[in-house]
Write a protein that binds this ligand. Structure first.
Ligand code: DQA
Length: 149
């Protein structure tokens, strides 16, 4: 099963960006971790990051066309991009929204995500481990017996 792990603006700076909030794992390490988890779970994981909204929309359209599963950290777009939400609403596979930080414990403008209402589920506040948990969920969902623990 193909899973796109898509990351929005500024997430390419992980490891140096506000380490008190986002931790010390670099974006490169996040990519490696997702790929390794994908291999363990038998998922075909593709990890991408962009600071350009139109590029993200193109990736989401492609995931919709392929009926692929998506793990999405929409980053700041979570809080205002109706275009990203609309593209997410077109997905035909499951969508797990991930936030590294607990957006509900931060500034008020981060408390609401316009994406959450069209997501299958949301993981937030568990650090980069949220990505691994999202992939485990998708594997379990696709093949409940093989991956049950
Ligand atoms: C984030 C939270 C957002 O509020 C923020 O704009 C981000 C990252 C997170 O992973 O915690 O860029 O999505």
């Amino acid at each position: 099963m193909r899973v796109y792990v898509l990351n929005g603006p500024n997430l390419g700076r992980l490891g140096t960006r506000q380490v008190d909030v986002y931790g010390v794992t670099s974006y490169a390490d996040l990519v490696t971790g997702c790929e390794e988890t994908g291999r363990e779970l038998g998922l075909d994981v593709v990890v991408r990051q962009t600071d350009a909204e139109h590029e993200m929309l193109g990736w989401l359209h492609r995931a919709a066309d392929e009926e692929a599963a998506v793990v999405l950290n929409p980053a700041a777009w979570s809080h205002y991009s109706i275009a990203v939400r609309d593209a997410c609403a077109m997905l035909r596979g499951p969508l797990v929204e991930v936030h590294i930080s607990n957006i509900h414990a931060r500034e008020e403008f981060r408390h609401h995500s316009v994406v959450s209402a069209v997501a299958t589920g949301v993981i937030c506040g568990l650090g980069v481990d949220g990505y691994r948990l999202a992939l485990h969920h998708l594997a379990q969902r696709a093949s409940p017996i093989r991956h049950s623990e």
